[in-house]
Design a protein around this ligand. Structure first.
Ligand code: FMN
Ligand code: SF4
Length: 594
């Protein structure tokens, strides 16, 4: 049983206020493998919040639990690329070696093995998290070693270091990835330009957000600067949960200074004193390196009071950890999470630029957007505008995975064709590419000349490649499971609709599907697009619909009949009752229609 001193130590790491709730719970989870009930009560008292709120937060985030999860908690990444690389067989093998049922904790409390949504290692899967630490390139041999280490109760910190090596796989560089260390240069240029000058350069550059939606960044920063409020905030969105996306992971690893520089330039432009980097829980292993960079920047006078000697320019950045909830990438859910609450998207409007963190004006931008903004503050907007296409200036960093010889990170000027990327990454015999993750679009070979830019295929830059061997129904099935797992449950259309879609796909997969189920998918899509509360629900049916539209035979091959086929065989179920009662008269059978 943990002592009060333990909790005090954990609480001392964070400000004692309600906003710290999630961070405190993450720390308790890391120490105790769960949130013990007595500690939940003490946390509620210490942060002066209702116990129900503490319980609600524990129940919301998939990495937190109120019952012990196993001293070794293994979470297999369940992205489609992990599955294509054999993750399901490897997980079964590990469970077999440990005499364990997936999803259950072993009776001695030693170990639990289950799946989680994509952990952002698609270029080096199959992958898993072992007590939060990523292990990549899983193989039968690695699985055997892991089973032995768990049986020997060897602490994860003592497992072979090469298991935990995360490669960057930068395959093609352009303006952003070619940029050298950025320690104060963009900030100095930004100070020379002044807040208005910085925003003008962003507008001249026509920079658009890299998180997917492509909102004009200069307009966002200006709106925030001009919004009334007592304080302003800068938030870096490093939640990167879209399956197939891992470019922010590499930017955080290789270009964190550029990111923090961009966030500080933003603070200068909008007049913020506090910034947050919202780091997804799956990237917890990057926390200490990122904190070290922040410490260096403080020591160099690039964060803290009177930055670069400018009196009144005070700004600092805190890192806030997520805890396994894809929806927290949506900016208003992210802000709720920053405030220590469940990550439920807010009603919009009002938007974060006027009512964000603590209801104050807030800029939330993607990691890559801040990096690009730093480059623009340094070199000006015109040169940046000259790259790319009419409506999409600059370059885009892509995450490329699936069936290709060289998965990894590729940076191109906007407007590059999908075909060019496929050639560069060594993809042959490709039948389809999922652009932008499950929320994006699936295109077939006849569309490979389409361009990656906001005018054509707009996305956050994930390309998952499927060659001719792949059954695209499996991919669509995996995506529906993803949305059902990640729906936050707040609104009925999405909570129920994603579960129904998952059931329909399971029914088809089990060989009980008919044309009726295919029609139902289209109906569900309409309901979700029209009535779901946020973008997750709006796009939950997209991949299935896309694949159905373009690759219908892969679905129809699995249909049992083109007519209605009930998933539940009522007469078959009644057979047991007939056997038990000894009845076999007409009344003991389902009456068939004349
Ligand atoms: C379900 C959902 C998940 C999202 N996940 C992310 C994410 O992981 N990273 C991100 O930058 N934006 C994500 N977004 C978009 C954000 O809401 C927001 O538009 C973005 O952070 C704004 O930054 P930008 O203008 O720099 O793109 C997501 C949106 C939705 C609806
Ligand atoms: S659409 Fe889905 S994820 Fe969005 S609020 Fe509704 S239930 Fe939550």
């Amino acid at each position: 049983m943990p002592s009060a001193v333990d909790l005090d130590t954990l609480l001392a790491r964070h400000p004692r206020r309600p906003e710290s709730l999630l961070q405190v719970l993450c720390d308790i989870q890391a120490v105790h493998n769960h949130i013990p009930a007595d500690l939940a009560v003490q946390v509620a008292e210490a942060l002066a919040i209702p116990l129900a709120r503490v319980r609600g937060v524990i129940g919301f985030y998939s990495f937190l639990c109120s019952e012990p999860a196993g001293r070794f908690r293994l979470l297999f990444s369940d992205d489609i690329t992990d599955r294509m690389a054999g993750s399901q067989a490897l997980m079964s093998a590990l469970c077999g070696r440990l005499w364990l049922e997936p999803g259950k904790v072993s009776e001695d409390g030693l170990v639990s093995v289950t799946t989680t949504s994509c952990i952002g290692m698609c270029d080096q899967g199959p992958a898993l998290l072992a007590n939060g630490w990523p292990i990549t390139r899983l193989s039968p041999r690695r699985i055997d070693t892991i089973a032995d280490l768990i049986r020997a109760e060897a602490p994860v910190a003592d497992w072979p270091a090469e298991f935990f090596r995360v490669a960057d796989h930068i395959r093609r560089r352009d303006r952003l990835l070619n940029s050298g260390p950025m320690v104060g240069a963009a900030l100095a240029a930004g100070l020379a330009r002044g807040p208005e000058g910085v925003i003008v350069q962003l507008e001249r550059a026509s920079l658009r957000g890299r998180g997917g939606a492509g909102f004009p960044t200069g307009r966002k920063w200006r709106a925030c600067r001009e919004a009334p409020g007592d304080a302003r905030y800068v938030v870096g969105n490093a939640d990167e949960g879209e399956p197939g996306t891992f470019k922010d992971r590499v930017l955080l690893t290789r270009h964190a200074d550029l990111l923090f520089e961009g966030m500080t330039v933003c603070a200068l432009a909008i007049g913020a004193r506090q910034g947050f980097l919202y780091l997804r829980g799956e990237y917890r292993y990057l926390l200490e390196p990122l904190q070290a960079i922040l410490a260096q920047r403080r020591a160099a006078g690039l964060l803290g009071a009177a930055i670069q000697g400018r009196a009144g320019f005070d700004f600092d950045i805190a890192i806030h950890l997520g805890a396994g909830a894809y929806i927290c990438g949506e900016e208003s859910a992210l802000i709720e999470s920053l405030e220590g609450k469940r990550g439920i998207p807010r009603n919009r409007p009002p938007f974060p630029v006027t009512h964000g963190y603590r209801q104050q004006p807030t800029v939330v931008d993607n990691v890559e957007t801040f990096c690009a903004a730093a480059l623009i503050a340094l070199s000006g907007g015109d040169g940046y505008r000259a790259i790319g296409t009419e409506q999409s200036s600059g370059t885009k960093v892509l995450s490329v995975s699936g069936d290709c010889a060289r998965p990894g990170i590729y940076e191109y000027p906007f407007g590059v064709t999908v075909r060019q990327v496929l050639t560069d990454c060594g993809a042959t015999d490709s039948q389809a590419v999922q652009v932008g993750g499950p929320s994006g679009a699936c295109i077939g070979a006849d569309e490979f000349d389409r361009r990656l830019c906001f005018e054509d295929l707009a996305s956050a830059g994930a390309l998952v490649i499927f060659d001719g061997r792949r059954d695209l129904f499996e991919a669509a099935h995996n995506f529906t499971e993803f949305f059902a797992r990640e729906s936050c449950g707040f609104c009925t259309p999405c909570r129920v609709g994603t579960a129904m879609l998952q059931d329909i796909m399971a029914k088809i997969a089990a060989g009980h599907g008919t044309r009726h189920e295919l029609d139902q998918i289209a109906q569900l899509a309409r309901v979700l697009q029209q009535s779901a509360h946020c973008g997750l629900g709006h796009s939950a049916c997209n991949p299935t619909l896309d694949m159905l539209k373009r690759f219908r035979p892969t679905f129809e091959r699995r249909l049992k009949t083109l007519d209605f086929e009930p998933a539940f065989d009522l007469d078959g179920a009644l057979a047991r009752a007939r056997a038990m009662t000894g009845r076999d008269d007409a009344g003991a059978h389902i009456r068939s229609e004349p």
